[in-house]
Design a protein around this ligand. Sequence first.
Ligand SMILES: Nc1ncnc2c1ncn2[C@@H]1O[C@H](COP(=O)(O)OP(=O)(O)OP(=O)(O)O)[C@@H](O)[C@H]1O
Length: 387
Amino acid sequence: MELSSKDGGKRQKRSVIGRIATANLREGERYYLKLLLNHVRGPFSFEDLLMVNERDCQTFKEAVKERGLLESDNSISECLREAVLFKMPSALRNLFATILVHCDPTDIRKLWDTYCEDMSEDFRRIHKYLSDTQLQCTLKSINYFLQSMGKSAGKYDLPKLNQCRDENVPTECREIIEEKAIQVSEEDFNAQSKLNPEQEQAFKIILQRVDFGRAGLFFVDGPGGTGKTFLYRALLANVRSRSMIALATTTSGVAATILPGGRTVHSRFDIPLETSEIIITNMSKQSGGAKLIRKAKLILWDEEPMAMRQTIKTVDRSFGDIMDVDEPFGGKIMIFGGDFRQVLPVVPKSTRVETVNASLVRSYLWPKMEKDLTNKKYESKDRSSIQ
Ligand SMILES: Nc1ncnc2c1ncn2[C@@H]1O[C@H](COP(=O)(O)OP(=O)(O)OP(=O)(O)O)[C@@H](O)[C@H]1O
């Protein structure tokens, strides 16, 4: 059928130029070719595109540069130049790392050469006459920021990073430093001595696993107001006060504010919003988040019944990958908690059965969880029963 135009006449047939496929900057020459095609009018051949100001460029990237089309690098440079005026060198290095990861600058070495001096100002003061140490400290510090974003300096066109031992450069990633900096309040620390018999029993069983370094999957169940949060706080305080890492996560943001150092699972484990059978979290094995998980002695997930079964599976699969251990959650000690009587996962327009099917109780992980902690026997460190 021939469509007619608004004035009722027949539509004129014209030659149509097809849509140009998109190209990402990481695709290299293909991206620059696309950039040229978008800007150069009426080229007859690839050679036409490579010819700029009567100069025969060897690559499309060179031609793009020659035509001054690399606007983004100019704006990145502008951004760093502005930041130099008011940012401390460490913040500048953080910004530089963020730009490398998220802005895909084309000429990284040029950016480095331009701002290296500003980024190393603090190290130049500390290591006055040791130019190589200044350079290595700056690179190491940038690498530290890159690592927390799952990248490393070796992947970029930067000077080679050698071993550099300097107390002014953090050796651990940001996530671990932040977690270790969480203060244990006196109230939480004293909660250990106020636990009721059920809480105390669960407390001992979980800590026993921590001390033995054995895997554990626990579910702390109980109606609202029965003291689950009280138990979590005591556990977190105990582990953290012994300079170990205990992660506090929850399904909802509100619950995360109740726990010291609490974060939502989506934020802490970088869980994609759409989870499916094949998806794992967005945490790479080299990221700071993955390092934190490897170091964590105990991971708490409160309000778990609100989470979708698929989300839990995604985290399970991701932990297995990060830990390289073929056990649930990579063999970590996981404490899930919540109350199925309160809120279940939100499944739009679902029936009661569908909602239950989307929850943890229908997961392959549910039977593997230790639930009735109060009826268990607690073993002392020499593994003899004390109850
Ligand atoms: N062993 C205890 N000693 C003193 N107070 C306690 C103890 N256990 C719980 N509480 C207090 O009881 C109240 C309810 O406890 P908590 O908030 O831990 O319950 P919850 O099971 O987490 O509730 P919800 O499921 O609604 O979050 C709190 O004020 C808490 O301080």
